[in-house]
Design a protein around this ligand. Structure first.
Ligand SMILES: [Zn+2]
Length: 538
């Protein structure tokens, strides 16, 4: 791995590489990292179906402890992306690392994805989260960062031992060890007094309320705790900025990194000088600044169930960033913002609780097409795309509760797939960030499946070949009783018992949301003040 030729992020310190997955800073999977050689090399390798011996590989180790605990559990299957696999296959002979079937290659892979991921990165996030939150070990301050601790390590195992190896073998994705950022990077959005308090503590007790460093964003009371917190924040922001640095413009004949993923990112509630909703610093804003600077006008689309108040605020007066947020909007629902605004550069699509996959698809896909089309017709076309995916719209999210949405992993993955193919069609480099999601297992499922969906631009149809059953791996027992990669259909349970009456009501809310998009689009066409688009000289 070469660090000298890595994408330029001055002052960023590189994390050590994962021991499980071979990583590559330039994202080509060859361990080289020399961009001068890259295009020439890709022209030859993109037509080859077999990666070289030095290509990114995994060791996919299964622990003995988990194996012992599996004695009485149903045998999992693991033939990821096999063309012969089906959701109900009973094949039990293969392991995740060895069951990769010969893969037909209908065409060379030109659009590669990189994922900001390494075991060391995930371990660091998990460690920092636990250290922050476990008052018995380090710091007495309650801190709910632990809420994501298990999520990251579950996802890490799922990716390493199941999902990434076949995608890597197909040349669709490359794991990249993300870098930490410096305080100077954060200062491009956040204020120095705020960052100073995050690092060094408040100068007076009132500072904590002033900067909202309380409750779900409590500040550790010891310097050791704050040090852990700040390293965690540097890791999250650094990974998102590193992802931006990896992205390249589309090319019709040269393999390019056109999609970059950081599931640890998407902290969309933080403001320049204020924390909020588990978010201390806003990596999404910082990444958008980078996308706008690198590629030009950028569209940000957020499908976390909560409104992206921090991102919307940051770009209210920026003609080169358009924010589009699909979120639940209701009295008392956090963060309390997100009605239709009529402001330029902002499209808020407020949705009711209870939205299912079909409902979301009907408003998301059609609405996004209309927004993109109207923008292309009446303003400068978008040059890049950022998608923030929350897993807290899943049915039964433990924080959002029963009044939330009723999505499944299939619905969220379909949205990612749609955006991946949209960006391929429009030649827009795509950055994908994470978001909320408070069932650790279901969030790991979501981001795992969405990783596959993000590879659709490289190989259309790859998502449909993902087997339903999760294979044996370190945390296999956690996925019981279904052991499915997907969450269950949501027409059961609370929602299903009143699906007729409530369903009609929810559909009516979805139709209202479609009308909101229509009004935004029409206002652009009519040249009114409202809508989401800008003249270039605004
Ligand atoms: Zn959320």
């Amino acid at each position: 791995m070469s660090t000298s030729s890595s994408p330029s992020l001055p002052g960023i310190k590189e994390e050590s590489a994962s021991k499980r997955i071979k990583l590559d800073d330039d994202g080509d999977g060859d361990g080289n990292g020399d961009p001068a050689q890259e295009e020439k090399k890709e022209e030859t390798t993109s037509s080859s179906s077999t990666p070289s011996s030095s290509s990114a590989t995994t060791t996919a180790t299964t622990t003995t402890s988990s194996s012992e605990s599996l004695m009485n559990l149903p045998k999992p299957v693991s033939a990821p992306f096999s063309s012969t696999s089906s959701t109900n296959t009973t094949n039990t002979t293969a392991t995740a690392s060895t069951a990769i079937p010969p893969t037909p290659r209908p065409s060379p892979v030109l659009n590669r994805c990189v994922i900001m991921f390494s075991s060391s990165y995930v371990r660091s996030l998990t460690f920092l989260g636990n250290r922050l939150g476990d008052g018995s070990r380090t710091d007495p301050t309650p801190n709910r960062l632990t809420i994501h601790g298990d999520r990251d390590i579950l996802l890490s195992s799922l990716l390493t031992e199941y999902l990434l190896p076949p995608l890597q073998k197909m040349g669709l994705i490359v794991p990249v060890s993300p870098k930490m950022c410096s305080i100077n990077h954060m200062l491009k959005f956040h204020t120095l007094p705020y960052l100073n308090i995050l690092q060094n503590g408040p100068s007076s007790p009132s500072d904590l309320e002033t900067y909202n460093l309380i409750d779900d964003c409590a500040l550790p009371t010891t310097s050791e705790g704050r040090s852990h917190l700040f390293r965690y924040l540097q890791s999250v922001v650094g990974a998102s900025l590193h992802a931006v640095a990896m992205l390249q413009p589309y090319s019709s004949n040269v393999k390019r990194t056109t999609c970059a993923v950081n599931w640890g990112g998407g902290r969309h509630h933080a403001k320049a000088n204020m924390a909020g909703g588990f978010c201390y610093v806003n990596d999404a804003v910082l990444a958008l600044q980078g996308m706008r600077q690198k590629f030009g006008k950028t569209i940000y689309v957020d499908i976390d169930i909560h409104h992206c108040d921090g991102v919307e605020d940051a770009f209210l007066h920026d003609s080169k960033v358009v924010t589009v947020s699909f979120h639940k909007y209701d009295l008392g629902f956090f963060p309390g913002t997100g009605p239709p605004t009529g402001k330029k550069g902002v499209v808020n699509v407020p949705l009711p609780g209870g939205v299912t996959d079909d409902m979301f698809k009907s408003v998301f896909e059609d609405g996004l097409e209309k927004i993109i089309h109207a923008n292309c017709e009446h303003s400068q076309p978008f040059k890049a795309f950022v998608l923030a995916v929350g897993a807290d719209g899943l049915y039964g999210d433990p924080i959002v509760g029963k009044d939330g949405w009723s999505l499944t992993t299939r619905g969220l993955a379909d949205s990612v797939r749609f955006v991946s193919l949209l960006c391929k069609r429009l030649h827009l480099p795509l950055l994908i960030l994470g978001g909320g999601g408070y069932s650790d297992v279901n969030a790991a499922r979501t981001f795992g499946v969405c990783t596959v969906a993000a590879c659709e631009a490289g190989r259309e149809g790859v998502l449909s070949r993902l087997p339903d059953r999760i294979p044996d791996h370190e945390f296999f027992p956690r996925y019981g009783p279904t052991f499915s990669i997907h969450t269950e259909e949501t027409t059961k349970g609370d929602y299903g018992s009143e699906v007729g009456r409530r369903g009609r009501k929810v559909w009516a809310g979805v139709e209202d949301a479609k009308a909101v998009i229509e009004i935004a689009v029409q206002s652009v066409k009519g040249g009114n003040q409202g809508g989401f688009s800008y003249n270039d000289d605004d």
